[in-house]
Write a protein of this length. Structure first.
Lengths: 257, 354
């Protein structure tokens, strides 16, 4: 039997999303970004929105997200993606506008833009990758770095007197009147991947239906930054990250305006 | 009406799609006028009070990136905060308009008028090799007239364009003829005029607007492309006005509200028989260097009058290249020179033997 004979529509159980570009990814082995990218590509494709979607990519590892998903992209300055998205969505209200941001971008340098965009109820979706570290610049402490966790800028572990506490930006977002959907997911198992995909779809639907701001946090691995193998990183995430950043929906509520 | 109000009305009338701003004296009337006019109910123009100037300029970045005519306004410290967004717009070649109603600095400075952001405006202002087109209105009428021009230039060259006004022009009231209403562009028009916009890849390859590349060879080519564009602008978009220069032996170079003061001082000196005129740069970048060079051939001396410590005088001296003496006069910190004060400078400093 040849490959062509096996690959028939009737036998097809899986295919690469057509919106995923056929280029090598720069992400490290074990990194969560690639999986989340694939989910976004699948959801945009399934919703039939490819020709009226604008993605806003961040500064951080996902700065090159625009290389991998075949939609229009705007590369924002560090932390400013929600402000960029606010304008893009208000000026094209029937388009899907989402940002894709890491913890340093979304929860540190862009905190003001984050809070105010969500609080205005901008009809945007935010995909927030929380790996508790600055991946691209080489593993420095992030606002979401866990207590005691070692990074290149807290080599003896994060301690409260020197560095303050992990920022639970997602819980803060849930308190804002402008958010309609706030959830925390992960992509470490097939079941978790399926849940994250449903969450992304819900967020994108909210954006199209003008229901307010949606936030999907994806607790993620950074095996390089954490100095762990991919398997160790997944285990560590389950034991340590999930204890501090528990998975599940935090808010689902129609906003009043 | 006030200059600030004229800007707001002109924006609505010239098909502006969105305004994003943060309150700061002396330009808050722009956002206030827009809020009062509710253009979202008439033309569909979006008006957002942002959480900071940083957010404002990044909203302009996002709005320009989807091909819309969008703008912000602020005053000096706020525009300092916007420099991040302006350099990103330059790098990613995103059009947009920034109005700066200048006040005195440095730092929080004062709420009184100044022209001390000349360097910040004409040298780029943020990181990297770039310029923005800078228009300097000298009347409320020009505040209104330059709005559409600023958008036209921003989109012609895909870059940020600044209207560099000051607290005098923003706050003073003059008669103004507002431009006729022009509709906002339709989606089809935007898709035709802005094939580069990231507004959904319907019927075309996807667009990515970014100022990033890790490949230095690519980035050098990109910089060369930007410099080529800036060269084209220097050749084609210089705007200036001459006043009584035909028989002049002395010249004042002055812009914006300072040029109004210079004009009055020239009238007084002319009555006393002194042959003096003015060149008023309307575009501060691109600077009318060739015109000033040509005039300097037949001038005994040039006075650069600006409401700052001496910034444009650098560009005047670079244009004159020593052909005649160039002096500067200015006030700082929110103080504005009087015509009489300028007449004294002309008599005692400009027309003496050098």
């Amino acid at each position: 039997m040849t490959r062509e004979e096996i690959i028939q529509p009737s036998n097809l159980v899986y295919h690469k999303p057509t919106l995923m570009n056929d280029v090598p990814m720069h992400y490290c082995p074990g990194c969560s970004h690639g999986v989340v990218h694939k989910l976004i590509a699948e959801v945009v494709e399934e919703m039939g929105l490819a020709d009226r979607t604008t993605g806003i990519c961040p500064v951080g590892c996902a700065v090159f997200a625009c290389n991998y998903i075949d939609i229009d992209w705007i590369e924002a300055a560090h932390g400013r993606a929600p402000a960029v998205a606010c304008a893009a969505k208000r000026l094209n209200p029937d388009h899907l506008v989402f940002t894709y941001q890491g913890d340093g971008d979304f929860a540190c340098i862009g905190t003001a833009e984050t809070i105010h965009s969500l609080n205005r109820g901008d009809d945007i979706a935010v995909i927030f990758i929380n790996n508790a570290i600055y991946g691209m610049t080489g593993g420095q402490m992030a606002p979401t770095t866990l207590m005691g966790m070692k990074t290149s800028t807290c080599p003896y572990g994060r301690q409260a007197d020197l560095h303050g506490f992990p920022l639970k930006i997602t819980e803060i977002a849930a308190t804002l009147n402008g958010t309609c959907y706030v959830t925390r997911q992960a992509v470490h198992t097939v079941a978790a991947i399926n849940r994250t995909k449903r969450a992304i779809r819900q967020a994108f639907q909210n954006c199209m239906e003008h229901r307010g701001a949606s936030l999907v946090e994806v607790v993620s691995t950074c095996s390089s930054g954490w100095k762990k193998t991919p398997v160790e990183a997944n285990n560590w995430m389950e034991e340590e990250m999930f204890a501090n950043y528990p998975l599940g929906d935090i808010k689902k509520k129609d906003i009043e305006r | 009406m006030k200059g600030n109000e004229a800007i707001a009305h002109a924006a609505i009338r010239c098909g502006c799609d969105g305004f994003f701003g943060y309150p700061i004296t002396p330009q808050s009337e722009i956002l206030e006028t827009l809020a009062l006019e509710k253009p979202w109910e008439t033309t569909g123009m979006v008006v957002v009070q942002a959480e900071s100037e940083l957010a404002s300029i990044n909203m302009v970045y996002g709005g320009g990136a989807v091909g819309k005519r969008v703008m912000t306004s602020s005053s000096s410290p706020g525009v300092a905060l916007m420099q991040e967004g302006i350099t990103y717009m330059s790098g990613a070649e995103i059009p947009g308009v920034i109005v700066n109603v200048q006040r005195g600095g440095p730092g929080l400075g004062t709420i009184q008028p100044s022209q001390s952001d000349y360097y910040q405006s004409t040298r780029g202002g943020g990181n990297g090799d770039y310029n923005v087109i800078v228009l300097a209105p000298a009347s409320v009428q020009e505040m209104a007239d330059f709005m559409d021009l600023a958008f036209t230039l921003a989109f012609r060259y895909r870059m940020p364009t600044m209207i560099l006004s000051d607290g005098v022009i923003g706050q003073m009231m003059e008669k103004v003829v507002l431009p006729p209403y022009k509709p906002r562009r339709t989606e089809e028009e935007i898709r035709r005029e802005c094939p580069w916009a990231a507004n959904g890849c319907k019927g075309r390859k996807n667009n990515v607007l970014t100022s990033l590349s890790l490949d230095p060879a690519w980035m050098e080519r990109h910089n060369q492309h930007l410099q080529e564009k800036f060269r084209t602008i220097r050749e084609n978009e210089v705007r200036y006005e001459e006043y009584l220069t035909e028989d002049a032996e002395y010249l004042i170079v002055s812009f914006g509200s300072a040029a109004r003061i210079a004009q009055k001082a020239i009238e007084i000196c002319r009555q006393e028989g002194l042959r003096i005129g003015m060149l008023r740069p309307i575009t501060l970048w691109p600077f009318p260097a060739h015109q000033i060079q040509a005039l300097s051939e037949r001038m005994k001396a040039i006075l650069c009058l600006e409401i700052n410590a001496g910034q444009m005088v650098d560009d005047v001296r670079l244009s004159v290249m020593g052909r005649c003496p160039v002096i500067h006069y200015g006030r700082m910190g929110g103080m504005v020179p009087t015509p009489e004060e300028v007449v004294e400078v002309i008599k005692n400093k400009l027309t003496v033997k050098f």
